[in-house]
Write a protein that binds this ligand. Structure first.
Ligand SMILES: CC(C)(COP(=O)(O)OP(=O)(O)OC[C@H]1O[C@@H](n2cnc3c(N)ncnc32)[C@H](O)[C@@H]1OP(=O)(O)O)[C@@H](O)C(=O)NCCC(=O)NCCS
Length: 184
């Protein structure tokens, strides 16, 4: 599979998906800080430092960033995903992925484009399925998007996630096979 991928969003804005490199670490970390401050989609309750962030988003992972093709190097990114094995050894062909889209880029189809690209890339890398372990139940945009991309909701981890108001919400496990016959 070849990167970069050039596409257009619903509003016609051009977007480029590229394999991340070290220039992307800080812009992506700044975006992840925004996501952590929102507190509605990822488990961190404080911004990770650079090393923690690299561990979570880069080390041992395939990371793809989306940005406006005319942006300056190292400037803000529009969105990203990482792709990795969810388990080692016999279950290493089950992938796990994480997604973020900057607030000002949402609802233009970028999440869908990142998701569809992740599925294609995961197949290309030899993964047989993808699991999302912790989709916050109240994250309706994410649940809607993953269902649209063929994921099923397998179950709920009751009250797994502490919310900003001190209450708790469920987390949903979502799964999608990438092959026709899972026994082979
Ligand atoms: C989830 C996220 C990646 C989606 O990115 P996006 O670029 O807005 O995605 P898209 O524009 O492709 O699609 C969003 C879809 O959600 C829908 N949506 C948006 N808000 C919604 C809501 N509150 N309830 C239900 N659906 C909603 C949109 O209508 C759209 O669906 P449609 O294309 O069928 O109309 C983005 O909101 C995000 O980064 N959120 C914070 C991080 C996150 O949640 N990551 C995923 C963790 S599992």
């Amino acid at each position: 599979m070849r990167f970069p991928i050039d596409a257009k969003l619903k509003d016609g804005a051009p977007i480029r998906l590229a394999l991340a490199d070290t220039n992307d670490v800080e812009p992506l970390r700044r975006l992840y800080q925004v996501i952590v401050e929102e507190g509605t989609s990822y488990p961190h309750d404080r911004p990770p430092d650079r090393e923690e962030f690299i561990d979570y988003w880069f080390r041992g992972k395939s990371t793809v960033v989306a940005y406006a093709p005319d942006r300056d190097l190292g400037s803000e990114v529009a969105g990203a995903f990482y792709l990795t094995s969810n388990w080692p050894g016999r279950a290493r062909q089950v992938a796990n992925a994480g997604f973020i889209v900057a607030p000002q880029w949402r609802n233009k189809g970028l999440g869908w484009l990142l998701g569809a690209t992740m599925l294609e890339y995961a197949k290309w890398l030899g993964y047989r399925s993808v699991i999302f372990n912790l989709v916050f139940a109240e994250n309706q945009a994410a649940r809607h998007l993953w269902k649209k991309l063929g994921f099923s909701e397998l179950g709920a981890l009751r009250g797994a996630v502490r919310k900003n108001d001190g209450g708790y919400q469920d987390a949903i496990i979502m799964f999608r096979s990438l092959i026709d016959d899972p026994q082979r």
